[in-house]
Design a protein around this ligand. Structure first.
Ligand code: GRF
Length: 321
């Protein structure tokens, strides 16, 4: 297995989600380790448990300091621990945009509702009062907007006829304890997951003008132009075209560009066996640190090479302004 992801958990109180995540990390094959549990409250129950389980802990009360100062201290503690990810588990603090920005795509939270419903507090009460059939919980990426980032996983929890906010919260917690560790595990291994990689390519390919997906020899592939006369500008190779691993084929302007790319980064690029002669280059997508902006630029360039003039002309005109 690849190196395990290192996770710091931030808590404010009981820490039952922290405990669930921690004990999941002890199962064979769990792809993450908990290396720090930190809190804004030295009396948080969860700290005691973490430390008894041999996990490093850190506490810094927020009283008497600005939000910026406190976030900076927490950030420092996490950086010193060597964590790659922050997991918020009942961390009752509004975070500064600066702190959130430093952990973009690397900070997760759990919220006790089916987001985008019921952001903020009193989620169970609000779900019951609205007459919903289900409450639930969501794990999401943290963005500057409260409870607003991309949802990574959700579990629905049936609302029973005589539920009140407390009974629903209690039952939802069971779901949280299952959902959070599983979602963290899937998230930290997403770069090895072929479906996730394909989604990354697909959304970028389909964002280009007049594109559609049409498989080619069983491989997902994308064309530009209309049904009939459209042309392929990208192929996703995962055990296709006689190649190993996962790669994306995009069109180059010809052999000079192919050579230049191979020279510039022989680890990243290779000549695809089937399409190398007709000017295509393969970009490896399974190395774990893919630069998706770069892939996006390669797709756009390839699109530009094969797109009909009526489309590229419009773009050229727009670019002049
Ligand atoms: C959970 O209900 C979670 O959804 C919310 O805060 C609570 C934390 O509980 N974000 P615990 O400290 O993990 O027991």
């Amino acid at each position: 297995m690849a190196d395990k992801a290192k996770i710091a958990i931030l808590i404010s109180g009981r820490g039952s989600n922290m405990a669930a995540i921690l004990y999941a990390s002890k199962l064979p094959d769990c792809p993450y380790d908990i290396i720090l549990v930190a809190s804004n409250n030295a009396a948080a129950k969860g700290l005691e448990l973490a430390s008894a389980e041999g996990i490093a802990t850190f506490a810094q009360d927020h009283n008497g300091m600005s939000r910026e100062e406190h976030d900076a201290i927490m950030h420092d503690a996490v950086i010193r621990s060597g964590a790659d990810y922050i997991v918020l588990a009942g961390y009752m603090r509004i975070l500064t945009a600066d702190f959130v920005q430093k952990w973009t795509g690397k900070m997760l939270n759990i919220h006790p509702s089916l987001l985008p419903k019921y952001k903020g507090l009193h989620t169970h009460k609000r779900a019951i009062e609205a007459g919903d059939c289900y409450g639930g919980c969501s794990v999401h990426l943290v963005t500057a907007e409260l409870d607003d980032g991309e949802v990574l996983g959700q579990t629905k929890v049936k609302i029973l006829p005589d539920d009140d906010a407390d009974s629903l919260a209690e039952r939802t917690l069971f779901a949280e304890h299952q959902l959070y560790p599983a979602t963290i595990a899937a998230y930290v291994t997403r770069e090895q997951n072929p479906d996730w990689i394909l989604d990354q390519v697909r959304k970028r390919a389909l964002a280009l003008e007049e594109t559609l997906e049409r498989p080619s020899f069983g491989a997902p592939a994308w064309r530009v132009g209309n049904e009939k006369s459209g042309k392929y500008f990208a192929y996703f190779a995962h055990r296709h075209f006689g190649e190993n691993g996962i790669s994306l084929f995009v069109k180059t302007s010809g052999s000079d560009e192919q050579e230049a790319l191979l020279d510039a980064d022989p680890e990243l690029y290779f000549l695809p066996k089937f399409y190398g002669k007709s000017g295509w280059i393969a970009v490896r997508l399974d190395r774990g640190n893919t630069d998706w902006d770069h892939v996006e630029a390669m797709l756009a360039k390839s699109w530009r090479i094969v797109a009909p003039i009526r489309l590229t002309k419009l773009i050229d005109i727009a670019n002049e302004f």
